[in-house]
Design a protein around this ligand. Structure first.
Ligand code: 13P
Ligand code: SF4
Length: 305
């Protein structure tokens, strides 16, 4: 596409955004050009908070399906648009509502904490929601020493180590983070002896063991900004590079050489954002009975502050 065509698309997006009283939220893994036109960028927790507090009539969610669902759970009176409904999350797809009910039957009385990377139906079966940014805090706040944790086994293990609680973890994982190996990170650390390693908690335990810091996507930006190191190895999705470079032009970033790209996140394009603002679709609407039950779990998380 020519530069002129791109600026025409951006101009129309900005015009329509005003007319529709819309807000554009973009997850940190979005394409750079999509992040550029967004009103807010952030991690799942930050974007959920924004979705809960915005006065806009329309939320254009540039992210994946569960994130748009979470926005709709929190703001049912607003129109929530996901510019491509195929933007799913394979981690969220590892578990269904009936799986959570079965876990409860097998472990009577044990509270269920569910990572926000899950469907609304799964959240509706859960007691608490959490994100990568507050999973440890949420599990600490639950007054039980045994916790059912779904659906990410790596985040579950990280939480187990941090809280000392007994975690009954669902065996799901994020294919993007789970494929990062300790060997490739070890090699990067050997090649760049002055570098520090910051990792997302969806990485495997042996990868997290090598990390100087474990953080949500937003937390990774914070760490990159404040560390005195000039070289930073990032155990997360490659879309992070856009902001990391812009905020730290004097630092060098390395990503796992085997690749760490989330194809679902890249399905959202400027053209699709424009199309969804034009037609006010595709919409994400959680059925009301599911929404109300999922809201309890999400609100318990949001209320932790
Ligand atoms: P964050 O909440 O840390 O942004 O992570 C979301 C996600 O999908 C990670 O793969
Ligand atoms: Fe889901 Fe992983 Fe993509 Fe995050 S990076 S949206 S957890 S598949």
């Amino acid at each position: 596409m020519s530069e002129e065509a791109v600026s025409d698309i951006i101009r129309e997006i900005l015009e329509l955004k005003g007319e529709r009283e819309a807000v554009i939220l973009a997850h940190n893994y979005q394409r750079a050009d999509v992040q550029e036109i967004a009103d807010f960028r952030g991690d799942s927790l930050g974007l959920a908070r924004l979705a809960a507090s915005t006065d806009a009539k329309v939320i254009v969610f540039c992210g994946v399906f569960f994130m748009a669902e979470t926005a709709n759970i929190l703001s049912p009176d607003k129109i929530t648009l996901l510019p491509d409904l195929d933007a799913g999350c394979p981690l969220a797809d590892t578990i269904r509502a009936e799986d959570v009910r079965k876990l409860r039957e097998e472990n009577p009385g044990v509270p269920v904490v569910t990572y926000v990377n899950s469907s609304a139906a799964v959240k509706a079966e859960s007691d608490f929601c959490c994100t990568s940014g507050n999973a440890v805090e949420v599990v600490r706040s639950v007054s039980s020493e045994r916790i059912i944790f779904t659906p990410d086994r790596n985040l579950g293990e990280y939480v187990r180590k941090a809280t000392g609680k007994e975690i009954i973890a669902w065996d799901g994982c994020c294919p993007v983070h789970d494929r990062i190996t300790a060997d490739e990170i070890g090699e990067l650390l050997d090649r760049h002896p002055g570098a520090v390693f910051v990792a997302h908690p969806e990485c495997r335990p042996e990868v997290l063991r090598l990390a100087h810091e474990v953080a949500s996507t937003e937390g990774i930006y914070g760490f990159a900004n404040r560390t005195a190191a000039r070289e930073i190895i990032v155990g997360s999705e490659e879309g992070m590079l856009f902001r990391l470079r812009r905020e730290n032009p004097d630092k060098t970033f390395y990503f796992p050489p085997g690749g760490s790209l989330c194809p679902n996140m890249k399905l959202i394009t400027l053209k699709k954002v424009l199309r969804s603002l034009r037609g006010l679709e595709p919409r994400v609407e959680v059925p009301e009975d599911t929404r109300v039950r999922a809201l309890r779990a999400v609100e318990r998380m949001i209320s932790l502050g």
